[in-house]
Design a protein around this ligand. Structure first.
Ligand code: NAP
Length: 474
């Protein structure tokens, strides 16, 4: 049995436990001891006291060293982490390896960022009466950061919170998704092996209730949450004066103009819509294709989708594995059925077997169908024809979400015009909405979230500027 890690110590004896199973074959992977109320308080106290007693005075070079050593250790253990992600999340093994590589990079970015947290000198004499004064701005850590994370990138998205928090000099309470706690446990162990003092990173195993408790606790200073819109909304409502970063969902549009390379766009969008069975926040969900290339695109897209290999995520050749649970696969299948009852057409896939949903292409869809208006978070994509640039901008922006979009065109003027008009946190030209690098600002507008990650940007959100003024002469 594994459990929480508080003040550097394991807490793995509990009457209350949950079983983690492989979503592909139902095999047991681990038994997790859930944190008691007492352990919850102990973790918060540990994070709070460690911040005041150790972390806020830890020099940048030490924080940087620990992050670099953690990256080195993870590199040595890449395959173990990849196997863990594959088993607990059902992510095909080659994608799991990709996630570990990204996680190592995030640790390295954070190690560098720890040494570049700078301030400002304010031109005080720009103001009337300001001459003879010196103004400095220095950045300080916030204190205790609660990192609440989802199942779909259990390692990398956790590190997008933990690594910048440590780089900035905060302490952390880490509440991973209950479906993927094993990689979280291994990650916390690795940090301690790399020399992180006990109490800087406290791992709490449990359900959403642990998250709720952190959101309202007086000794927690910031909530950094990645997950679904309903939970994000409830966090925002109850967080009071705490700083909040919310990385939520989307129904990402991808736009193909008639001058784009159609075969190349189809190939990229197979990956964009179906990687990890569409359980990616920036998965391509709405593909808008200009009318004169709609038919050839659709034909090529169906052909390439039907070539995907479906099966065991442990197999090297598997492209499509299971969804995270049978309930989720049933929910997604129901959304397909609801759409077809209202006139939508299944062009490829559409069938479910246990936790596996076939990669599904839909056409003849309406903007009010769930598969268009809501976040589908499953291997379902809709292909929709459009006439003009103005039309497709309007269709794309007709959403409560705004995370990332992809635009395919060879016309630079149009690319820049469309990028400016799309209501998104990020726009890629000649790249799928699903592509993300770990060092650019990443986050949403509208109901896709608040704040930005991408190590440097997360560090900004996890520090507070303090003004220090000097009156130098009468
Ligand atoms: P979720 O159900 O919202 O859960 C996310 C985390 O919040 C889990 O650790 C969960 O714990 C916890 N939680 C549940 N209820 C809570 C509450 N009332 N207060 C505080 N925490 C609570 O999301 P998910 O199903 O794991 O992940 C899928 C969602 O994440 C999708 O909507 C996806 O778009 C979004 N996502 C967004 C990004 C981004 O960067 N924008 C990236 C990846 C995923 P339990 O697991 O114990 O329920």
């Amino acid at each position: 049995m594994i459990g929480s890690i508080i003040d550097g110590q394991d807490f793995n004896a509990s009457d209350n436990s949950l079983h983690v199973t492989n979503p592909y074959n139902g095999e047991a992977i681990a038994e997790i001891a859930l944190a008691s109320d007492e352990e919850f308080e102990k973790a918060v106290t540990s994070a709070y006291e460690t911040f005041h007693q150790t972390m806020k005075d830890m020099p940048a070079h030490e924080r940087s060293d620990i992050l670099r050593k953690t990256a080195d250790l993870m590199e040595e253990n890449t395959e173990e982490f990849a196997q863990t992600i594959m088993e607990e999340a059902g992510k095909p093994i080659h994608f799991s390896r990709g996630e570990v590589q990204r996680a190592i990079q995030v640790l390295r970015f954070a190690s560098e960022e720890a040494k570049h947290i700078t301030g400002e000198v304010i031109p005080m004499d720009a103001a009337i009466d300001g001459d003879g004064r010196l103004g400095l701005v220095k950045r300080f850590p916030l204190g205790v950061v609660a990192a609440i994370t989802p199942f779909n990138f259990p390692l990398n998205l956790s590190l997008h919170k933990i690594a910048p928090a440590i780089a900035a000099g905060n302490t952390v309470i880490f509440k991973p998704a209950e479906k993927t706690p094993v990689s979280a446990y291994k990650l916390a162990k690795l940090f301690h092996e790399a020399g992180l003092p006990g109490g800087v990173l406290n791992l709490l195993m449990g359900t959403g209730e642990i998250g709720e408790g952190l959101v309202t606790h007086d000794k927690v200073h910031k909530i950094s949450f990645t997950g679904s819109l309903p939970v994000g909304k409830s966090i925002k409502e109850s967080a009071g004066f705490k700083k909040v970063t919310l990385e939520l969902g989307s129904n990402s549009p991808n736009i193909i103009f008639n001058d784009a390379n159609i075969n190349e766009a189809a190939k990229m969008l197979v990956k964009g819509a179906f990687s990890f069975s569409g359980q990616v926040c920036i998965s391509a969900q709405r593909v808008y294709v200009q009318k004169d290339v709609y038919e050839p695109f659709l034909k090529e897209y169906i052909k390439q989708t039907e070539e995907l290999t479906i099966g065991d995520p442990a197999d090297e050749d598997t492209n499509i594995g299971p969804m995270i649970s049978e309930d989720e696969a049933k929910r997604a299948k129901q959304w397909i059925d609801d759409a077809t009852e209202n006139g939508a057409i299944i062009e490829a896939g559409g069938e479910r077997d246990g936790t596996i949903l076939q990669p599904t292409i839909m056409t003849n869809v309406e903007s009010n169908m769930k598969i268009i208006a809501d976040e589908v978070f499953a291997p379902i994509v809709s292909v929709i024809p459009f006439d003009t640039e103005e039309d497709v901008i309007a269709y794309s922006n007709d959403s409560i979400y705004g995370l990332q979009a992809g635009v395919f065109t060879k016309n630079l003027d149009r690319a820049l015009r469309v990028a400016d008009q799309l209501e998104m946190g990020g726009v890629w030209i000649n790249e799928i909405s699903t592509y993300r690098q770990d060092n650019h600002p990443y986050g949403g507008v509208k109901q896709s979230g608040i704040g930005r990650e991408g190590v440097k940007y997360a560090v900004e959100d996890m520090t507070e500027p303090k003004f220090i003024g000097f009156k130098l002469k009468e």
